[in-house]
Design a protein around this ligand. Structure first.
Ligand code: NAD
Length: 366
């Protein structure tokens, strides 16, 4: 199989985990059958190590102009080291367009914790993408980067490159944007990536368990804390609108009757620097069972935030490439429902997984 050439927008913790994971599975996948976190080691003939980064964009002065593998380890990235023998990359990180990528409040935090914008002119992103031969662009920009995300989505439409949107600006789940990708026959997957075992999937599963066992949910919350730049950025509540919609819709979609707004609270709750890339989620579900007796569930989940979604991204990239091989354009419904919190169509997780399996086999078109 040929390589899957990808471009990355945002060389932060998620990109660092993804690349470390690819190297990890290159070493351990075949030899040790150690492939947890991936749907399949071999997905439709593509292995994780078939993914090759051919272009990368960022705006931080410690990353722009650096070799991609060096930039992955630059501050303020704080991802746990899963695999520290990254091969030397031929890719130099290029200056992106800052647009609304960096929130003003980020300037109030120590250099090691925050973004530092490089004093450079934006590169010609479109030309670099064309010259690199990239087929898929992975969007890892900070929450709230509406304009910057639209810029990369437009660039994909101009260049015929697929868009995988790992963050909560609604592109693939927006019918107008989706139609533009469909009209140009460019496959896309989005929006807002799910983790392997994250707060969203845990909350969805427990909510569905209540419903399946006939317990009526009265109210629920999900409070999350973390210490990476994703959590720091999300202290600016103005940037959170779509993140809250995405996370809330992912849980509401499991309920027969959605909860009233006041009875469901889901979102990033605070930034705790010493947690670094560790994310802690507290969730509570209150309901009523037989004859109205009360049932309350409380749960605490602790995960490494960035690696938690990297395997899901590796699967989404490989499905996107399969769609390109098969000349299928527009949103990929099955892998989006499986891998994203805010897909074009919400499908229960077990069913979505089965549909992706059929998609890989070629018996489900998208
Ligand atoms: N960790 C997860 O499991 C998970 C799950 C769902 C969604 N996400 C989302 O994925 C995105 C990436 O997460 P992360 O942890 O890598 O974030 P991060 O803060 O570590 O990285 C963001 C990167 O984007 C760069 N950047 C900022 N503005 C830019 C611009 N205009 N152009 C190019 N680069 C720019 C920053 O310098 C930084 O390197 C976030 O929106 C996050 O919410 C992550």
């Amino acid at each position: 199989m040929s390589k899957i050439k990808i471009a990355v927008a945002g060389v932060g913790n998620c990109a660092a985990s993804l690349i470390q994971g690819i190297e990890y599975y290159k070493k351990n996948g075949k030899a040790k059958q150690d492939t947890q976190g991936l749907m399949n080691y071999d997905l439709g003939g593509y292995l994780p190590e078939d993914i090759e980064v051919v272009a990368a964009f960022d705006i931080d002065k410690r990353k722009v102009g650096e070799r991609f593998d060096v930039a992955l380890n630059a501050k303020p990235n704080c991802v746990m080291v899963l695999y520290n023998h990254l091969p030397k990359s031929k890719v130099i990180v290029q200056m992106g367009h800052v647009l609304d990528g960096v929130s003003e409040h980020m300037a109030e935090y120590p250099d090691d914790r925050t973004f530092l914008v490089a004093n450079k002119k934006p590169s010609n992103v479109e030309q670099i993408i064309r010259d690199s031969g990239a087929e898929i662009l992975l969007n890892y920009l900070p929450v709230g980067s509406e304009e910057a995300t639209k810029f990369y989505a437009e660039t994909c439409l101009k260049t015929g490159v697929s868009f995988i949107n790992c963050m909560p600006v609604f592109i693939v789940s927006n019918p107008q944007w989706a139609k533009r990708f469909e009209d140009k026959r460019i496959p896309c997957v989005g929006d807002d990536i799910k983790a392997q075992i994250g707060a969203t999937i845990t909350h969805r599963t427990l909510a569905k368990l209540f419903i399946d066992r006939g317990v009526k949910i009265d109210r629920t919350y999900q409070l999350n804390t973390g210490g990476n730049t994703d959590f720091l950025n999300m202290l600016n509540r103005n940037r959170l609108k779509s993140k809250k919609i995405s996370k809330t819709a992912a849980v509401q979609s499991q309920l027969d009757v959605p909860l009233e707004e006041d009875n469901i609270h889901i979102g990033p709750s605070d930034y705790v620097p010493w947690q670094n890339d560790n994310k802690v989620c507290y969730l509570r579900i209150e309901g009523r069972g037989f004859a109205g007796f009360p049932v309350t569930l409380e749960c605490r989940l602790s995960v490494e935030d960035s690696p938690n979604s990297a395997g899901v991204a590796i699967d989404a990239i490989r499905c996107c490439r399969l769609a390109r091989d098969r000349k299928i354009g527009g949103p990929l419904i099955s892998i989006a429902a499986y891998s994203m919190k805010h897909p074009p169509k919400q499908i229960h997780d077990t069913e979505a997984k089965e549909l992706v399996r059929k998609f890989i086999q070629g018996t489900c078109q998208r």
